[in-house]
Design a protein around this ligand. Structure first.
Ligand code: TXA
Ligand code: MG
Length: 313
């Protein structure tokens, strides 16, 4: 059900859940000060209660309501990229954020999203918590129709069109005297280098050293089995193949294109729509061409999402 900004604001202030657009993916929002709305988010998504939510702020100035001590370069990062696809994990003042948001961690994740409607909404409602607006484990939603596929036509959605970026925000955490990327996202590691003076390391957490709890769960996965191709393609290959406009594929393959292999932005914007299309068409398996993609920039995020979606390690 598509709703207006005023309706979204009213529902959120009553403790209801509303799907809202951001530049990365749609979020399933509840007001930060409404624990019952927050509980509803977890149950609607089927999300494990130990997977914390990101606090979305109207502006950088609002961070002072929650955090008093900041790691080096925090304000440089936030001034450079907020509003935008960067989430920063900080230590809030104890008790300033409900434990259902932080999943009992001593840290909380913050970002200012860059979407004109949602920035207006945040000005009215104050901080909102929102995970991506998809059933837990499924590809994120990048348009209102995706949200309605997962949560039904009666789910209130603030329609902000198709998300410009199409992949989630990049998450940073300051640990052992350096900023680390704990989730790859729409902002490339190289974009952070001029601000930090170094290329932040990408944290590979595992069950022992978990920093970003969500990274441990199955993610972004369609029902269809994805089979990644990193070597030669057999000329007799058949079936659905997710590939690129400018590459040649065996004649018997039905190619669904991510766009040109020379630039990652269109692929990022289309990826989740394509993964959802496989399920809409009841396709049971699909090949994915990941041959010779650059191991840098936004490609790193795309490749990571494809590995996760295929559950191949
Ligand atoms: O682009 C995005 O970030 C979107 C839009 C809606 O803003 N949101 C999003 O939320 O992707 P979600 O819940 O799907 O992913 C949030 C990730 C999870 O992996 C969670 O574990 C991690 O952020 N996270 C949240 N709080 C954290 C914390 N205090 N420490 C480490 N990781 C945290
Ligand atoms: Mg998510």
């Amino acid at each position: 059900m598509r709703i207006t900004l005023e309706e979204a604001s009213r529902l959120l202030q009553q403790g209801e859940v509303v799907a809202v657009p951001t530049e990365t993916v749609y979020g399933l929002a509840a007001a930060l000060n409404h624990p019952e709305g927050i509980a509803k988010i977890y149950s609607m998504k089927g999300r494990p209660s130990n997977n914390p939510l990101i606090v979305h702020l109207p502006s950088l100035a609002n961070i002072h309501d929650f955090v008093k001590e900041f790691p080096v370069n925090f304000f440089d990062l936030a001034s450079a990229f907020w509003p935008g696809p960067l989430t920063i994990v900080l230590k809030p003042v104890p008790g300033s954020i409900h434990r259902s948001v932080t999943a009992n961690l001593s840290t909380a994740a913050f970002r200012v999203p860059n979407h004109p409607l949602t920035l207006k909404l945040l000005q009215k409602t104050g901080p909102l918590v929102m995970p991506s607006a998809n059933l837990s484990g499924k590809p994120s939603a990048t348009c209102p129709a995706h949200v309605e596929q997962d949560f039904g036509i009666n789910c209130p959605v603030l329609d902000g069109g198709v998300c410009v970026k199409g992949l989630e925000s990049t998450i940073l955490y300051y640990l052992n005297d350096a900023w680390k990327i704990i989730r790859l996202g729409s902002l490339a590691p190289e974009d952070l280098q001029p601000i930090l003076g170094y290329l932040p390391q990408i944290d590979k957490s595992n069950a022992e050293t978990v920093i970003c709890p969500g990274q441990l769960y199955k993610h972004y996965a369609p029902e269809a089995r994805l089979k990644l191709i990193d070597g030669n393609i057999d000329s007799q290959l058949e079936g659905v193949l997710i590939g690129f406009d400018d590459r040649q594929y065996p004649k018997k393959c039905r190619v669904i294109s991510l766009g040109p292999s020379s630039c990652p932005e269109p692929a990022a914007q289309r990826l989740y729509t394509i993964l959802r299309q496989l399920d809409d068409e009841k396709i049971v398996e699909a090949w994915v061409d990941i041959r010779n993609l650059p191991q840098e920039g936004l490609w790193l995020t795309l490749i990571e999402r494809l590995y996760k979606a295929s559950a191949m390690k």
